[in-house]
Design a protein around this ligand. Structure first.
Ligand code: SF4
Length: 470
């Protein structure tokens, strides 16, 4: 049992995650293509940093040496040479703590620990600082290749974290933690944690139950959605819960009954032509050569036709795709002056604004797109009018609940970006076409998923308020 840098990272992320990684590893999700893509990018960044460091020894870890041998070789390189060392294996004197930062550099007689992270502000995260808090000067290289100096954690705090890590790696029970859905959905233990919580009907699976509210509700003797659904606002002793009762009780009633609780008419614009609209963008945002690599749209009709506008993966391809999108949007406005562009969340208007600023657009396009009522955020409208018995109101949860299935059930935004990067890297033209076709198919499914939700909401138009005025 050793306290590794990864164990500390997991501890700070979620104590239960650290426990499960040690005791329930077999139930963890497998690595995804997106994980592999991030590893590749991280390795490439580390390679580029290594190439600029003169007289670099190593890497020690991964050189074929056994664990103890690698630790001894690290000590030898540090004590008997003046060389910088790549992937040293550090081991504390008691053998309980170990780490392999990317580099140890020299600054006169002092050592500089330098680690590499893809994030643009890695120093803002405590786990990144803790992972390099060993000795000497501490540096992080961020995803932009900039070197940032970080303050070490105190020895006392590192002692405390190490002791807690050893407890969790030992025979302590599984922590009874469920973090927020947005945090957990990227965790490799998401399935077991959330499926169990849902089976136990725990209040923590409800989007309206934050961790602070969960603690207050536990204090009031409420642990399940059924117990919460049976409460009234006046029954809460805490003012915060009485104030949040509207959000909590309607959602609890949806969970308890398994049925939607309508709060108001969805008020979708009637008699107008929906244009289903969804973009696929690079996680690097505007720093990427091609921030939006796919503009997907489909004009509503009895059999709507998907119109993907896919960018060549070059800056010129980016500009061409934008121009094609603008031209097509203007055609749609001329053919359907009443068009309402339906999207999910705020990414689409944001990218339109950013591309107008980046590459420009005719005034008619800007005017039409920015006119009130042209763009409609279906997710926002859903949130306003109904409570659902779902752990998330992402379209990836709402549409399947209504019976819609994605052609590729594993596809999501991260998967799509991973396909794009593979397409960019391959020299095999057929493979590139295949990967890009997968990306467009995923985008088409996103549009049809949105259409499914719209039609369902439309079917509830005109309903009187049904939710409890809790
Ligand atoms: S799914 Fe959430 S609660 Fe479970 S281990 Fe992961 S982060 Fe922790």
């Amino acid at each position: 049992m050793r306290v590794t840098a990864n164990a500390l990272k997991r501890l700070l992320d979620c104590e239960r995650r650290l426990w499960r990684t040690e005791h329930a590893r077999a139930h963890a999700a497998e690595r995804t293509e997106h994980d592999d893509m991030l590893s590749d990018r991280s390795r490439a960044l580390e390679e580029s940093i290594a190439a600029a460091i003169p007289d670099l020894a190593g890497p020690v870890q991964g050189s074929g040496l056994a664990f103890e041998q690698a630790a001894e070789e690290t000590v030898r390189l540090l004590c008997e040479t003046k060389r910088a060392v790549r992937r040293p294996l550090l081991l504390s004197a008691d053998g309980l703590r170990t780490a392999t930062p990317a580099f140890i550099l020299r600054d006169g007689d002092a050592l500089v620990i330098r680690d590499v992270r893809l994030a643009h502000r890695p120093e803002a995260r405590r786990d990144n600082r803790v992972r390099v808090s060993f000795a000497g000067r501490l540096e992080l290289v961020n995803g932009l290749g900039q070197v940032v100096e970080v303050d070490p954690e105190s020895d006392q705090e590192l002692e405390r974290l190490s002791a807690r890590t050893l407890e969790l790696l030992g025979d302590s029970p599984e922590p009874d933690i469920l973090l927020s859905h947005s945090h957990c959905q990227h965790c490799d233990h998401y399935g077991p944690c959330w499926d169990r919580a849902e089976a136990e009907r725990r209040i923590e699976v409800m989007p309206a139950v934050t961790r602070a509210r969960a603690e207050m509700l536990h204090d009031e003797g409420v642990r399940t959605v059924d117990e919460l659904a049976a409460r009234t606002p006046e029954s809460f002793t805490r003012r915060e819960l009485r104030e949040a009762a509207g959000a909590l009780l309607n959602e609890a009633r949806a969970f308890a009954s398994g049925a939607p609780v309508w709060l108001r008419d969805p008020a979708l614009p009637r008699g107008r032509t929906p244009v289903w609209f969804d973009v696929e963008s690079d996680a690097e945002g505007e720093r990427a050569d091609v921030p939006v690599y796919l503009w997907g749209l489909a004009v509503e009709r009895s059999e709507p036709v998907f119109e993907p506008i896919l960018s060549e993966l070059t800056p010129e391809g980016d500009a061409q795709a934008w121009r094609r999108f603008v031209a097509r949007a203007l055609e749609v406005f001329r053919d359907h002056p009443d068009a309402v562009w339906v999207h999910w969340h705020h990414a689409e208007p944001m990218w339109i604004d950013r591309y107008v600023a980046r590459l420009g657009a005719p005034p008619e396009f800007v005017e039409r797109m920015r006119a009130p009522g042209t763009l409609l955020d279906l997710h926002q409208r859903l949130e306003k009018c109904v409570r659902l018995p779902l752990r998330s109101t992402s379209v990836k949860f709402v549409a399947p609940w209504l019976g819609f299935q994605w052609s590729n059930p594993d596809a999501d935004a991260a998967w799509s970006t991973a396909q794009l990067h593979r397409a960019r890297e391959t020299t095999d033209a057929a493979e590139r076409e295949r990967l890009l076709a997968e990306v467009t198919r995923y985008n088409a499914d996103d549009l049809w998923a949105m259409r499914t939700v719209w039609r369902w909401m439309e079917g509830h138009g005109g309903r009187a308020q049904r939710g409890a005025d809790a």
